[in-house]
Design a binder for this molecule. Structure first.
Ligand code: PCA
Length: 153
């Protein structure tokens, strides 16, 4: 096996397991991804659902909101490139570094790690006042179901 460079990415939105874009990380045409662990941010951030397509955004405002739950994956360079394009980096989201605490892993519980995250500073002025969530679910009680790319017009 050749040496493949892998990068850690923390996903908190539609890329999580069970969410509408999860399959994209496991489409081999996009590259490779491997689950590492569940985690939550060590800092609080506002995770809001915004815009006409009900898109989840982690606003890059540490100290506001809640500690956000998500999943850490390791991805190869091809997948990282795909995700950057898919997430509209750098206009819609920016890929930044976030500090995380591993949760739910017998061996790794409580361990602090860093990973990339798709967060944004490009938010509308009212977004920081929207309801914020600890854990994203497109089908949650909020009723703000994510509009998939295919469903948009
Ligand atoms: N996709 C990325 C950022 C928000 C989204 O829906 C993620 O799941 O982390």
């Amino acid at each position: 096996m050749s040496f493949v460079h892998m990068t850690r990415v923390f996903v908190y939105g539609t890329l999580k397991k069970g969410q509408p874009n999860y399959y994209r990380m496991f489409d081999s045409a996009n590259g490779k991804a491997e689950f590492l662990s569940s985690a939550r941010t060590t800092q609080t951030y506002p995770l809001v659902i915004a815009g006409q397509h009900n898109i989840p955004f982690l606003l890059n405002i540490p100290g506001k909101g809640q500690r956000v739950h998500g999943e850490i994956y390791k991805v190869d360079d091809q997948m990282l490139k795909f995700l950057d394009g898919f997430e509209g980096v750098p206009t819609m989201y920016q890929r930044t570094v976030v500090e995380l605490e591993v949760v739910g892993e017998r061996a790794g519980e409580g361990k602090v790690e860093e990973a990339f995250v798709y967060s944004t500073t490009a938010y509308q002025p009212e977004w920081p006042s929207l309801t914020n969530y600890e854990s994203y679910d497109s089908h949650g009680d909020h009723g703000l179901e994510y509009a998939t790319r295919e469903a948009r017009d």
